[in-house]
Ligand binder design. Structure first.
Ligand SMILES: [Zn+2]
Length: 258
């Protein structure tokens, strides 16, 4: 199947997902979300038609992967609506699933301040990442359809989590009393040196790992850790990106150790 044909199929599939969701009796999406989903579905159909009607340039015998201007315009509008209407549960990058065949973006990390919520989000993002990877190579239309349905179901869950976290963050009891920041220190050579560093610099410290064999604590990905975050000796490995949740996890670990 040509790029134009697979793009048309993807656009039509996502339009169907949008219409099915708009018709869902669940209390979410809201009325705003429903109306936006139907508009997005129409725009995706317009894009699909434009792909089907297009005659891509052939250069040196190779058919070019072109996005027809009508399709581009419709997709850009659809993304604008998704970005402005979180109640759709569609990511602002919805059209990457129509036009791209590699490197899909994940929705922005919510960085919740509690370790359990962070783990839930990490698990969800990891599952979306797997589907995204499968979508880069999937060619059989039925496979693409089912991967897109699953990806959009998980993306919706992520959008709902974002809503829950936003509501939680506004409750005073959920604002962390102590900011989740670790003071960076030179790597201590011994446990005694770490203890002295805590006496001198405070309860939560981060130091560079000389030995890069540990994985980051986050379930978000499978990167190697380059930091160790210690809360009074309870230590959690972390990459640059997850220092924030490492601090929370180290504090929890310390509490659980009594
Ligand atoms: Zn990490």
């Amino acid at each position: 199947m040509s790029y134009a044909a697979t793009s048309a199929h993807r656009a039509t599939t996502i339009a169907t997902i949008a219409r099915t969701r708009a018709a869902s009796p669940a209390p979410i999406p809201t009325a705003d979300g429903r109306a936006a989903l139907l508009t997005i579905a129409d725009l995706l159909d317009t894009a699909a038609d434009a792909f089907r009607a297009s005659t891509p340039a052939v250069i040196n015998g190779n058919t070019m992967n072109e996005i027809p201007s009508d399709a581009w315009y419709a997709l850009t509008q659809a993304e604008g609506i998704a970005a402005n209407t979180p109640a759709t549960g569609f990511p602002a990058t919805v059209c990457q699933y129509v036009t791209r065949r590699l490197n899909y973006d994940l929705p922005p990390n919510l960085r919740p301040d509690n370790a359990v919520a962070a783990a839930r989000e990490g698990n969800l993002l990891a599952r979306i990442r797997i589907l995204n990877t499968e979508l880069t190579t999937a060619v059989v239309p039925e496979t693409v359809t089912s991967l897109l349905e699953n990806a959009f179901r998980l993306l919706w869950k992520h959008a709902l989590l974002a809503e829950v976290f936003a509501a939680d963050a506004n409750r005073p009891c959920n604002r962390p009393a102590i900011p989740a920041v670790a003071k960076k220190i030179r790597t201590p050579d011994t446990t005694m040196a770490l203890r002295r560093a805590h006496d001198e610099h405070g309860p939560t410290l981060a130091y560079g790992l000389k030995d890069r064999r540990l994985a980051c604590h986050s379930g978000d990905h499978w990167l190697t850790a380059n930091w160790m975050v210690s809360h009074l000796g309870a230590a959690v490995p972390s990459c640059d990106e997850h220092l924030h949740t490492a601090v929370l996890a180290a504090r929890e670990l310390h509490t659980s150790m009594g």
